[in-house]
Ligand binder design. Structure first.
Ligand code: FAD
Ligand code: DLZ
Length: 510
């Protein structure tokens, strides 16, 4: 046998670099469900179902295309608990000349794979992951010499480089790079939000659900109502459904939250893009086409594409530029533990309960819930970055360290000292009131600050500004916030800080 080609659970793309020079007659593919990957955090049960089922379907697809695939199914009693164990075992049986793999997405495993060649006494060839639009080297060149990075400038470069939504003259379509100002409408029920795309579990998925129910009972979330795509064909169907039914309103209601609807007009494509069932470039080109066909407005299409070629590529660049040190940062010196209600959803704060409950049921919450509700609360409450990062990594079906960590540690917690974003997304209950209908269903009063029934976000917001004055008062984007704080009478400030202290000492009681 010539080469052993290792394909990881988030590399389910037929265009994967490791497969490109492979020869189905002489090479052998290796895929493995292993405890170390499935248990390094207590992944949401739906994430394990999605990945194991998608991996099994992908192995079938490769076999149908003529490849020989060694597939290690999960067995809790197997002595092979890591990917390295499985590779070693395969080497003993097949004596390959080389191991070929595409660079992996997470630093943890990447670091491990770097050592395999010595450990296995085998040449290991690691190929670049060209499913991203921007290479690590390109990002490093772009970032060189910049003290602070700004996503907007990076995004413009990627627009120019890809030609997405660019006129033949090299200008942005519509004469503007960014239509975010048009994308902040509250949603009051009209137009109705489409039901999420769904497929019923087939025999393979049902078998995996049974496995997860037995072997991963101690993990977060539920397998109930599993309806995610598990093949590229199904994921393409989900993309088409999004383009037809949700994209036209994606922009307008991108920041909205609702009591009634978990998914609103979001694409729910991150689980598929992140494991390779969809390629980001294809998704963006398909969305851009809808604009040129007149089927979706520019504010929606630009907003959607920006999330993918802007934010997604940007956070990946930052991750690889600064790992492993990035994960250790704690610029605000937070030391508080994560409140237990993040795991149980049991809190009287309505917005938090709705976001946490959707997370537990679906393994999904949309961006504004992650950023401005569960994230904002963790920021204001001074939660240890490591604790909140571990939570985000565990609870979402789309969670992988390379995308979760910069979003949580950088964007939400400002723990990187403002490298990723110029100011923390700290907000009081007023923001949640403006963008949702949660406050009218909440026992806490968003109009109050210091009273026992006052919205906890309010006092915590002022408390956060007050205790981090040294870090933020000089930030021009926060001048207005400090002016509003300074304008309040001293006894009012004392009462707010007292309420904030009480909340911080009693997080699990709210
Ligand atoms: P849509 O709203 O439809 O957006 C379209 C696509 O844009 C997404 O599918 C995704 O690929 C991309 N995207 C949007 N925002 C971001 C972003 N900030 N960073 C990277 N890609 C983005 N996204 C993940 O894929 N995995 C994570 O583990 C993850 N963790 C997050 C943690 C926090 C604290 C926050 C604030 C955001 C996180 N995000 C993460 C980003 C974003 O919330 C999700 O990508 C999005 O909610 C996925 O749902 P969707 O596919 O319906 O997205
Ligand atoms: C997330 C995940 C899980 C739950 N299980 C596996 C697995 O058993 N085998 C595998 O190859 N990959 C799995 N993954 C995805 C990997 O953790 C992912 O490839 C790394 O995090 C690198 O991005």
């Amino acid at each position: 046998m010539r080469n052993l080609i290792l394909i990881l659970g988030d590399q389910l793309s037929t265009t994967l670099s490791a497969l490109q020079d492979g020869d189905p007659c002489r090479d052998r593919i290796l895929m493995a469900e292993v405890g170390d990957e499935a248990r390094y955090v207590r992944h949401h049960k739906k994430k394990i179902v999605l990945l194991f089922s998608a991996m099994r379907h992908f192995a079938e697809q490769l076999r149908a295309a003529g490849w020989t695939v060694d597939y290690h199914t999960y067995d809790p009693d197997s002595p092979l608990t890591s990917l390295c164990d499985v590779v070693k075992d395969a080497c003993t049986r097949h004596h390959p000349a080389r191991l070929i793999t595409t660079e992996c997405g997470e630093w943890r495993l990447h670091d491990d794979i770097q050592r395999w060649s010595a450990r296995l006494n085998l040449p290991v060839e690691i190929l670049p992951d060209d499913r991203f639009l921007v290479s690590k080297a390109w990002f490093a060149r772009w970032a060189q010499g910049r003290k602070q990075l700004r996503m907007e400038y990076f995004y413009r470069e990627v627009r120019r480089q890809t030609g997405l939504l660019m006129t033949p003259e090299g200008n942005p379509e519509g004469g503007q790079w960014n239509f975010d100002r048009d994308n902040r409408q509250k949603w009051t029920g009209t137009p109705p939000a489409p039901a999420p795309w769904r497929v019923e579990p087939d025999a393979i998925t049902r078998e995996v659900i049974d496995l997860v129910e037995q072997a991963f009972l101690d993990h977060y979330g539920t397998t109930d109502d599993f309806h995610f795509a598990v093949t590229a064909e199904q994921a393409e169907d989900a993309l088409a459904y999004f383009l037809d039914f949700a994209l036209p309103c994606f922009g307008d209601f991108q920041d909205a939250m609702s009591e009634q609807e978990d998914w609103l007009f979001h694409s729910i494509l991150s689980p598929y893009i992140n494991c390779g069932l969809l390629l980001p470039r294809d998704v963006c080109e398909a969305a851009a086409q809808r604009y040129y066909q007149g089927a979706a407005p520019l504010n929606a299409v630009e907003g959607f594409i920006r999330q993918i070629i802007g934010w997604r590529e940007y956070v990946r660049g930052i991750y690889w530029l600064h790992m492993p040190a990035y994960a250790q940062q704690n610029a605000l010196q937070n030391d508080r533990d994560l409140p237990w209600f993040y795991w149980t959803s049991k809190t009287r704060m309505r917005c938090m309960h709705k976001a946490l409950d959707a997370t537990w049921r679906n393994g999904y919450a949309h961006h504004i819930q992650r950023l401005m509700v569960t994230g904002n609360f963790a920021l204001l409450a001074g939660i240890r970055p490591e604790a909140i990062c571990d939570w985000y990594l565990a609870v979402y079906v789309d969670a992988y360290d390379w995308v979760e960590l910069p979003n949580t540690l950088g964007m939400v917690m400002h723990a990187d000292g403002g490298y990723l974003g110029s100011k923390p997304y700290a907000a009081s209950g007023k923001y949640i009131q403006r963008m949702s209908d949660h406050c009218s269903h909440c026992p806490y009063k968003v109009s109050k600050v210091t009273e026992e029934d006052a919205c906890p976000f309010n006092a915590l917001y002022w408390h956060f500004l007050h205790r981090h004055r040294d870090q933020f008062a000089g930030n021009p984007r926060m001048t207005m916030m400090y002016r509003n704080w300074d304008r309040q009478a001293a006894d009012r400030q004392d009462a707010i800080l007292k309420r904030g202290d009480w909340l911080l000492g009693n997080l699990d009681a709210i």
